[in-house]
Design a binder for this molecule. Sequence first.
Ligand code: ZN
Ligand code: ZN
Length: 287
Amino acid sequence: MGNPSIQEQLKTISALLPQHEDLQDSLKIQKKILQIQLEIDNTPTKGTTINWNDQTTIITLQQKSFEAKKPIIHFLDQSIFDLEALFPISKKIVYVFIEQNINEKGLKKLLDFMENEKINLFNLIEATLRENIIFIRKIAEKLDVQPALLLYIVSVLIQPCVEEIARKIDSSLLGKWWQASCPVCGRIPIIAKLRHRKRYLACVFCGTEYLSDRFFCVHCENKDPYTLKYLSIEAKPAFQIDFCTKCKHYIKVIDEAKLKETIPKGLEDILTLNLDYVAKNANLIRD
Ligand SMILES: [Zn+2]
Ligand SMILES: [Zn+2]
């Protein structure tokens, strides 16, 4: 369960790069991010002060999560993150985007604010763990950076730890979650998979896959089959776009039995970017 190690994800992405002319930009950025995350992933603590090989930590987190019906990430304290290790890594991530000329001015301001302690990385990590979008938006506005980009940069820092938890939780619990958001990281999935006549929601951030109703909109929790429709993709029978006529959101669906070649875990979203164009043309909303 969970995503493969960062080392394995890097190997996969390097092999895929020459095959996907159309996705070069997205794959190259992803590869650079993985290379940076490798530094965190090569340690048993995954950027924290916790040894994740100790199964009792995972068991306790799982219990809390299932009792409160809240994702595990809500029970991680920001103080477990090792700022001394993560601070230089956060700078490297920011540079990946500066090199791409993405939000250059705002990102340089972010670096400057972090260096001069005008922004506290702990607070940003805390906001990311608690999904405190209001705080992220407030800081993003101050920097003139897109909130989604700021959230992404901080998320990259905590991802190796969250992926490790996803690898280690008891997978039997994933059949009993029945919620839209990921039981580990709390994110709303953009990918669903059909496997053995069942529908699973697949979190591309941490790699968790959990059972879902066949008719279920992850955005508004609509379960009425008459208002949940799908778009099929010409010449690609393994893919469809499930959408909700009530809230207009969609999810990309992969029918595993119809796939010609498997889609590597962690890359499902990037490798189905063409479906997002189809959805956009149909006036559907992603986030
Ligand atoms: Zn997740
Ligand atoms: Zn909906």
